[in-house]
Design a protein around this ligand. Structure first.
Ligand code: ADE
Ligand code: ZN
Length: 347
């Protein structure tokens, strides 16, 4: 008889936690925990409009993406030195290790920092130092993806790309984030064209709050290889066909979608429908310090709410490696780790 995965319902959280996986959609500034915000504020003599960690956490009640972004950019204002960015990155990577993440691609928002006079070198070098240390000491492969803030203009994005050219080799690609509605991908067509000429990998947030038309233009105008979120794709059957044809991955963030009211509850999330449509969906944490959980929490809570099973988890983990910007050799090594893990659960 062929062996197959045997994971009893009460064993499922343990199976999910131990699963080797990649995380492809995590804003490193969104992993800044209130405790670290207060510690850095004290060290850097930055004043905060909150009296305590508890008061800050109590403000984490969001009505939509913009209401979150206002607090998220305020939180990032305590980051000033290269060491701050190193500590931010390292704190996340320790969490990643605990979640059995083998490979992670970290988004960072340089404009949030350069607008305050922080040199882009501090941002990139601090995060790269954390990434290199994690590769050496934790066995986690770390890539960086520079994101442009889409509420700012094209000229600011070009200035940022230009400043980053001295750091080529330290980041693998560029992305597009911040306030989606009213800031369609085509606003950055020329910036992405230059990034592509620089051999950078391309991703963009689309279809989180914005319409399916933004997913189309992220693909057709920007030429991105992955869509961040993309949950609104299901509103457009022709778009689903396109995503299937080109095997475009969607980096879905379930807990984020609940906190930012994209879906009312986790039980109403369309992750199962996306999987059943055959799409290359992955699970990610987005801004874990703000949305109530790191990657494993996203897996465990989503599986419980949607009644997903171990086989779905293997598909999601496999997608996370396939959708990554790892080399072909790295991808096979990750897949082997996944297969070895599953072999331990075969009966
Ligand atoms: N920046 C950080 N988190 C984001 C999200 N969920 N959407 C757009 N921009 C972001
Ligand atoms: Zn995001």
């Amino acid at each position: 008889m062929p062996s197959h995965l045997q994971v009893a319902p009460e064993q499922l959280p343990g199976f999910l936690r131990g699963l080797p996986k990649a995380e492809l959609h995590i804003h490193i500034e969104g992993s800044l925990e209130p405790e670290l915000i207060f510690a850095l504020a004290a060290r850097n003599r930055v004043s905060l409009p909150y009296a305590s960690v508890d008061e800050l956490r109590a403000a984490y009640a969001f009505s939509d993406l913009q209401s979150f972004l206002d607090i998220y950019y305020a939180g990032a204002s305590v980051l000033l030195t290269e060491q701050d960015f190193f500590e931010l990155g390292w704190a996340y990577l320790l969490r990643a290790k605990a979640d059995n993440i083998l490979h992670t691609e970290l988004f960072f928002d340089p404009q949030t920092h350069t607008a305050r006079g922080v040199p882009i070198a501090y941002v990139i070098d601090g995060l790269r130092r954390a990434g290199d240390l994690a590769e050496a000491e934790l066995g986690i492969k770390v890539e960086l993806i520079l994101c442009f803030l889409r509420h700012l203009d094209e000229a600011d994005a070009f200035k940022t790309l230009e400043a980053a050219t001295r750091h080529i080799g330290k980041f693998v690609g560029v992305g597009l984030d911040s306030a989606e509605r009213g800031n369609p991908p085509e606003k950055f067509e020329r910036v992405f064209k230059v990034a592509r000429m620089m051999d950078l990998r391309l991703v963009a947030h689309a279809g989180e709050e914005g319409p399916p038309a933004y997913i189309w233009s992220a693909l057709d105008v920007l030429g991105v290889e992955r869509i961040d979120h993309g949950v609104r794709a299901l509103e457009d059957p022709a778009l689903v066909q396109r995503l299937l044809k080109d095997q475009i991955p969607l980096t879905v963030c379930p807990l984020s979608n609940i906190k930012l009211r994209v879906f009312d509850t986790l039980a109403k999330h369309n992750l199962r429908a996306l999987l059943e449509a055959g799409l290359v969906v992955t699970i990610n944490s987005d801004d874990p310090a703000y949305f109530g959980g790191y990657l494993n929490q996203n897996y465990v809570d989503t599986f419980a709410a949607l009644g997903l099973e171990a086989r779905h988890a293997v598909t999601l983990a496999d997608h996370s490696f396939r959708a990554s910007f790892a080399s072909a050799a790295q991808k096979s090594a990750y897949t082997e780790r996944l297969q070895a893990y599953c072999a331990g659960w075969m009966k």
